[in-house]
Design a protein. Structure first.
Ligand SMILES: Nc1nc2c(ncn2[C@@H]2O[C@H](COP(=O)(O)OP(=O)(O)OP(=O)(O)O)[C@@H](O)[C@H]2O)c(=O)[nH]1
Ligand SMILES: [Mg+2]
Ligand SMILES: [Zn+2]
Length: 318
């Protein structure tokens, strides 16, 4: 009982890649049926979870599979535009045709503001509606106070705190889901992605697992799968937890630090670092109370981190 269609897709002979295994894809049909299809039969075209395909039926079997245009592509690197399909090898494609991206960050002892910032810097450029889901809020007694600070710092970021033990928070989360659309759950292993999926629908039961003593997950979900939730007419892509997020050289910092970058245009030096340089417009904006000093601190922290990562070609640990 899995269907991955948007309620608008009335056209026949359209199916969706709902999962991928080593040698086959799983196709989901509007009828809720599924079918395995061998990758070798698909010539050279690579497909990803979320792809819509058109097909014909000859002699009772599927043929003439053709990829339909992708609305977007969600990948772990960030220097990509939705229109470009010439991905470099460093881009790991997670899914396509995603309307809403939910990034799970648990409010456990490993939680930090920089985790939110990293995820936003990596995933904000991908032509998708993005929400940070702060999961397991029952583990953080002071979360409200903390959350209001984060919201003050980054008012444009959508943040939704949830706990499986607080039905109201789940209801609020459910209200974010736009019927007929597809949402993807991503984040570190053990963040509670599959648990929430199980809580939102009764169609399918995903495997969940306790976290280890250091709060890290056990990589329970091993491949991405689209699950149709009839109760909310919504498609959820549950994904395996990340170990880290790969970065490429160009990360657009504008989403978090737009005001700094705006003022930086008026600094005396083009390469001003807004530290001790004379005639620094950013520092001036801070002195005049236009930019919060904490924002500049976070900017410096993140820029330094990005530089180190690009030099070492390393990835962000989660
Ligand atoms: N305290 C608390 N624990 C939760 C909550 N949500 C999930 N958990 C627990 O967190 C553990 C991990 O949950 P999963 O749903 O397996 O996590 P996941 O993100 O799917 O992990 P992977 O599949 O490994 O990527 C389980 O033991 C859940 O019971 C919550 O709101 N509060
Ligand atoms: Mg899981
Ligand atoms: Zn400056």
């Amino acid at each position: 009982m899995i269907s991955a269609f948007s309620i608008d897709d009335k056209e026949s002979n359209i199916a969706r890649i709902i999962s991928e295994h080593r040698s086959e894809y799983i196709l989901g049909f509007q009828s809720n049926d599924t079918q395995k299809i061998n990758k070798l039969s698909l010539k050279k075209q690579l497909y990803y979870v979320g792809d819509f395909i058109k097909y014909s039926v000859t002699n009772n079997s599927i043929s003439n599979i053709e990829l339909l245009p992708r609305k977007n592509v969600i990948c772990k690197s960030s220097n990509i535009t939705a229109k470009s399909y010439n991905f470099s090898e460093s881009n790991q494609i997670l899914a396509t045709n995603v309307d809403q991206l939910f990034i799970f960050i648990p409010l456990d002892k490993n939680f930090s503001l920089s985790k939110i910032e990293r995820y936003i810097l990596v995933f904000s450029q991908q032509n998708v509606d993005l929400t940070i889901v702060l999961s397991k809020k029952d583990l953080f007694s002071n979360y409200k106070e903390y959350l209001s600070k984060v919201k003050q710092l980054y008012p444009k970021i959508n943040i939704c705190p949830i706990s499986l033990y607080d039905e109201l928070s789940i209801k609020k989360f459910r209200e974010l889901l736009i019927p007929g659309k597809t949402g993807m759950f991503i984040g570190a292993s053990g963040a509670g992605k599959s648990s929430l999926l199980n809580h939102l629908q009764t169609n399918y039961t995903a495997r969940v697992n306790n976290v280890r003593n250091d709060y890290k997950g056990k990589h329970t979900t091993t491949s991405s799968l689209i699950i149709f939730c009839p109760e909310i007419e919504y498609n959820i892509i549950d994904t395996p937890g990340f170990k880290g997020i790969d970065t490429t050289l160009s990360v657009d910092t504008k989403i978090l630090f737009e005001e700094i970058e705006e003022y930086a245009k008026y600094c005396k030096f083009n390469d001003c670092l807004h530290l001790t340089e004379p005639k620094c417009a950013v520092k001036e904006a801070i002195n005049n109370g236009i930019i919060k000093p904490e924002i500049l601190e976070r900017y410096h922290y993140n820029i330094k981190k990005l530089e180190l990562l690009s030099k070492r070609r390393a990835s962000w640990r989660l």
